[in-house]
Structures are given as structure tokens and as C-alpha cells.
Design a protein around this ligand. Structure first.
Ligand code: ZN
Length: 457
């Protein structure tokens, strides 16, 4: 039996899928996304062209732990015009980052002195437009490059006509899930944030990669775990999802927050709060061989903050390339489609596929013939010609039989044997077929019970 997403673990398939991922990103790039509103809905429309989604609309004002679902924000147009010349100096039509997200509606003629406190630019990066939001404080603002700001200053005191045709009113927070049912009730989650406007690495790479993983998974062999892919706005979306699915959380064996998958930095896996949860152990095995590194949990970053808060303490890690705020283009218009490298995206897909495959395949077995080595040859499992040493597959069989005492799982065995996980997974399947080993009880539990032979049912 092939491992889950085994094809996508190969470079050729990953490169082909990365090209499609890029096309989806290009399509979604211009949408004005925020934590609520039609930008999120249209983004999900784009994802839904790839995979079926269950959508959820949660009303504004719904309490969510210490928070509540905010008012819904939408915008039709926003611009600044020099009155004297009729020249548009800043226009949301040119870039979705030009307006501070959640800006309140405004139609006013203002002097430059009145306008200045509402402008945001990056003097150190004069061509880049910064990304700014004001979700929980009602205000308005424009983001522009330092060059645009200098051009505006050259207009003297103005005046300027400022238009923000936005609505901030009771509505809904939108999120969506794609579920891929598995053989067991145990679950795993891939989570990605969908709230950022015109930024490519953060986080169209995460959105499109999650869509790709879900699509590949739906067309491959049935997973062992039941997988869900969650597309939700950052922070409030993660909190809302947690609040609405709290009773299902005990079934979660592993979760990955994904994003920032296309920059030139090395892969970075951030451990869960627990530090040794299933995805952490899978990453320990896989990420370094993909040229990446692991970092410890810290309570700053993306939505792992919510999943790994002490009241949940879920087994969630995070995979990015460069972490948040760790590259100069971060949260600015320099994080555009040119910044994302197709080869980096392909490498990230490969690594994600390997992580997902390892998480899904990880279980413990019990050797049903543990006294001495069982005779593999008579079961057609071992090279029948004496003398020639065992091949990799035979090695995998021997390692599995030796370690299948109900305590060591596939990731342990892969770490100890240094054999590839897909090979071990295939060998384990062969041993189960031959009646030589059987899954041990609660095989995917993150805190393994020490099974005692003879006392367990
Ligand atoms: Zn971000």
C-alpha cells in the first residue's frame, strides 16, 4: 500500500503541482481580503474550484472565549485625489494593500496636515507599501510607498479629496473546511490563514498549498486518519474554529499550521508547545533531510498560538520557510508573486507531503510471532536464495518485527533503523497481510499506553 501523498513526495510531481499552485495564487492575489467580508468569500470560491468546501458563516457579536466575532468589513473603493489637479495619488484599485484593513467609511476634503497621521509608509524600503490593519480600533488609514508619500508632500498643503467607500456593520465571519474521511475517527488538521490581502508568500502560498494537499489526498488512497483542511482568518478565525469544534478536539492527533512556503529561506518547523507531539516527531525525522531546521515553541507567530494555548495544548506545529517577520519583504508589497520561488514552493509541497504521510502512517503494532524470528521465507517475504544478503525491504521487515512490541511506533522505527518511512510503511502492510503483526490498541494516541502482553484484551 502506498503511503498517503507518496506521489507528491517526489520532486517531479511536486514541481508540477507547484505550477498549478502558482496559477491559483495569481488568481487570488488581487482580492481585497481581511478577517471578514467578500474578499474571504471570493478567495474560498477560488479554493472551491479545486476541492469541495463546507463553509461556515458565524454572526458578528458571537462570543468566542475572551473575544467576539467582529463586524463584517467590505470595501468598494478608496482613493486620495489632489483637488487642484484631479490627480489620483493613491488608489485601492492599484494595490489591495493601499487601505488599512477595516478602515471606517470616509468622504472628506482634508489638508495634508490632517491626512498625514493616517498615512503609513516604509522610509527604509521606499518602493514598498506596508501592510497595516486596525481590526479592533475604529480608524482609517492609507498605506503607500515612501515615493508616493514624497509625491503627495510635493503637492504642498493640498487639499485632498479622501474617499473610503467601506462598510463596517453586523455580518459574518467566514471560514471553510475540506474534510477527507479516513479509516479511523482520529483526526489530523492542516490550518492556514486566509485574511491577508495582496501578499503572496504570506499567505497565498499556505492557502494554495493546503488546497493542493487536499486535492491530492482526495484522489489518492484512503487516509488512516480523518483529515480536515481549515481555511480561516488569522487569530479570530482560529479562535472561532476552536470554539465551534471544541467537542471534537480530543480526536485530534496532529495539526500543522502552514504558510510562508515560497520564499528562498530554508524550511522551518516550529515545535508544538508540548515539544514532542506527533507532528514534532515526524518533523524531527523529515525536515532536516529536506534541508530545513526545527525551532522551539514560543507564544508568538501564527495561529499555533491559539491551538497551543494552555487551555487546548493541542499537538500543533507550524511549517514555514522563513518564519514570520524574518525576511525584509514580510508584510509589505515586496512580498509579491515575483518574490515567491516555484522551486521553493515545490520543496515545501514535498516536505508537507512527507509530513502528512508520516503522521497518517504512524502507528504501533504487535508482533504476533515474537519468540525468535518468524520464518519469512515460507511466507514469501524473504529472498529465497540463501547467501545473498537481505535487501532494504527485508531489513525493513526485520526492524518492524523486532520493534513491534506495542510501544514503538513507525516514527521510532524509522529513526532507529534509518530506513525510509514509505518503505517501512509498505513492509508493515506486508507483515499485517501475512498475519505476523497487528495494529496495537490506541495506536495513534499521542501518549502511548505501555501495553503489557497477556493483560491487554
Ligand atoms: Zn502575516
Amino acid at each position: 500500500m502506498a503511503m498517503l501523498l507518496e506521489a507528491l513526495q517526489r520532486p517531479e510531481r511536486a514541481a508540477a503541482v507547484a505550477e498549478e499552485v502558482f496559477a491559483l495564487m495569481r488568481e487570488l492575489f488581487p482580492l481585497v481580503r481581511s478577517i471578514t467580508g467578500d474578499g474571504v468569500r471570493r478567495t474560498l470560491d477560488g479554493v472551491e474550484a479545486w476541492i469541495p468546501l463546507q463553509r461556515h458563516e458565524v454572526p458578528s457579536g458571537t462570543p468566542v472565549f475572551d473575544w467576539e466575532v467582529p463586524q463584517e468589513w467590505n470595501v468598494r473603493e478608496a482613493h486620495i485625489t489632489e483637488v487642484a489637479t484631479g490627480r489620483r495619488l493613491v488608489d485601492l484599485r492599484d494595490h489591495s494593500l493601499h487601505l488599512v484593513s477595516y478602515s471606517t467609511p470616509l468622504r472628506a476634503r482634508l489638508s495634508r496636515a490632517e491626512l498625514e497621521p493616517h498615512l503609513h509608509s516604509l522610509p527604509e524600503q521606499p518602493d514598498a507599501i506596508p501592510y497595516r490593519t486596525s481590526y479592533y480600533r475604529e480608524t482609517w488609514g492609507f498605506c503607500l510607498s515612501q515615493r508616493q508619500r514624497d509625491a503627495l508632500a510635493a503637492c504642498g498643503e493640498g487639499p485632498f479629496d479622501v474617499v473610503i467607500d467601506s462598510t463596517l456593520s453586523p455580518g459574518h465571519l467566514t471560514y471553510a473546511e475540506c474534510r477527507v474521511p479516513g479509516e479511523t475517527e482520529d483526526e489530523a488538521v492542516i490550518y492556514t490563514h486566509v485574511c491577508h490581502p495582496g501578499l503572496a508568500n504570506d499567505n497565498l502560498t499556505g492557502i494554495a498549498a493546503a488546497a493542493a494537499l487536499a486535492r491530492e489526498m482526495r484522489t489518492g488512497p484512503k487516509p488512516r486518519l480523518s483529515w480536515r483542511f481549515v481555511f480561516a482568518p488569522g487569530t479570530i478565525g482560529a479562535l472561532t474554529w476552536l470554539a465551534r469544534h471544541e467537542s471534537e478536539l480530543p480526536r485530534i492527533r496532529a495539526g500543522l499550521v502552514i504558510g510562508l512556503l515560497g520564499d528562498g529561506g530554508a524550511l522551518t518547523y516550529k515545535r508544538s508547545r508540548r515539544g514532542n507531539a506527533l507532528p514534532d516527531r515526524a518533523a524531527e525525522l523529515i525536515v532536516p533531510t529536506a534541508g530545513g531546521r526545527l525551532i522551539d515553541f514560543e507564544p508568538y507567530g501564527y495561529d499555533e498560538r491559539q491551538f497551543c494555548s494552555p487551555g487546548f495544548d493541542l499537538p500543533f506545529g507550524r511549517l514555514t520557510r522563513s518564519p514570520n517577520a524574518a525576511y525584509p519583504e514580510y508584510h509589505s508589497s515586496a512580498d509579491n508573486l515575483d518574490f515567491v520561488r516555484p522551486d521553493a514552493l515545490a520543496g515545501s509541497l514535498q516536505c508537507l507531503a512527507a509530513l502528512v504521510g508520516a503522521i497518517d502512517a504512524n502507528q504501533r503494532w504487535r508482533n504476533l510471532s515474537p519468540k525468535g524470528e518468524p520464518r519469512l521465507g515460507k511466507r514469501g517475504l524473504y529472498g529465497l536464495t540463501g547467501g545473498a544478503g537481505p535487501g532494504q525491504f527485508e531489513h525493513a521487515l526485520l526492524w518492524l518485527l523486532n520493534q513491534s512490541d506495542g510501544r514503538h511506533d513507525l516514527i521510532d522505527i524509522a529513526g532507529r533503523s534509518r530506513l525510509p518511512l514509505p518503505l517501512l510503511a509498505r513492509a508493515a502492510e506486508a507483515l499485517v497481510q501475512a498475519g505476523l503483526q497487528a495494529p496495537a490498541a490506541s495506536s495513534s494516541s499521542s501518549s502511548p499506553p505501555l501495553l503489557q502482553e497477556g493483560t491487554s484484551p
